[in-house]
Design a protein around this ligand. Structure first.
Ligand code: NDP
Length: 243
């Protein structure tokens, strides 16, 4: 399952799930562009880890919510074969108190960002008649969650977006799929109070949170030859939490 000669861009690849995806795609042979927006030291660390395992990485800073910045970055990279739309944020709060800016920030980063990155990356994929777009959605987009109306809407939106784009690009050798993690140990989930983490575990049939490598493995499958005939799907990686 070699990605030798392929170029991958992982948005939000600097830490958490994105870092594990970068490392996995690099291990499969791809040259990896590690994107971040605010923490250059995390991106440097990811690049270092990729190089330590014998891979090649470049760092590219841009805000996925900024369309001009996305277009400039994709122009700079030139040709992208594998795009992983992983960058994501939360701005949690119950509906009654959720500010319009909390809604807009999450939509612009988690949903619009995926659209602009995919649109820009698809150009070179069309020319090469080969491409893989993988959108990191969430169990919350399927099950919903109190306090996450904005996040659930953006992640559910990604699922519809994945299917529509998959239909449009299938004949060009481009697959578009989603990966929906359940609760994975990262900074995003470590922020949750301990009692909330315990409640979450009690709702997971496998009784533990997932690891970033669990998600990276699903991305690797969809990016590699084994996933060749799979498009428009969302692969759930959640310990049985949502079926
Ligand atoms: P983290 O908070 O650990 O990392 C987020 C990454 O996204 C960082 O690299 C961050 O860069 C980057 N980022 C944030 N905003 C932007 C932006 N506007 N432009 C570019 N990069 C940005 O997140 P996780 O690893 O936990 O999550 C990764 C993805 O997986 C997200 O889409 C999340 O919604 C999804 N997910 C996570 C789950 C979990 O349990 N952790 C469960 C289900 C889905 P910087 O550090 O520079 O700010």
């Amino acid at each position: 399952m070699s990605l030798e000669g392929k170029v991958a861009l992982v948005t939000g690849g600097s830490r958490g799930i994105g870092r594990a995806i970068c490392l996995r795609l690099s291990k499969m042979g791809a040259k990896v562009y590690v994107n971040y927006v605010s923490r250059p030291e995390a991106a440097e660390e990811t690049k270092k880890l990729i190089e330590e395992q014998g891979g090649t990485a470049e760092i590219i800073a841009f805000d996925v919510a900024d369309t001009d910045a996305v277009q400039a970055a994709l122009k700079e990279i030139g040709s992208v074969d594998i795009l992983v739309n992983n960058a994501g944020i939360t701005r949690d709060g119950l509906m009654a108190r959720m500010k319009e800016s909390d809604w807009d920030d999450v939509m612009n980063t988690n949903l619009k960002g995926a659209f602009t990155c995919a649109k820009a990356a698809a150009r070179s994929m069309m020319k090469n008649r080969w491409g893989r777009i993988i959108n990191i959605t969430s169990v919350i987009g399927f099950a919903g969650n109190a306090g996450q109306a904005n996040y659930a809407a953006a992640k559910a939106g990604l699922v519809g977006f994945t299917k529509a784009m998959a239909r449009e690009y299938a004949s060009r050798g481009i697959t578009v799929n989603g990966v929906a993690p359940g609760y994975i140990v990262t900074e995003m989930t470590e922020k949750l109070p301990v009692e909330v983490q315990e409640t979450i575990k009690s709702e997971i049939p496998m009784a533990s949170l997932g690891s970033v490598e669990d998600v990276a493995g699903a991305v690797a499958y969809l990016a590699g030859d084994d996933g060749r005939y799979v498009t428009g799907q969302t692969l759930h990686v959640n310990g049985g939490m949502y079926m």
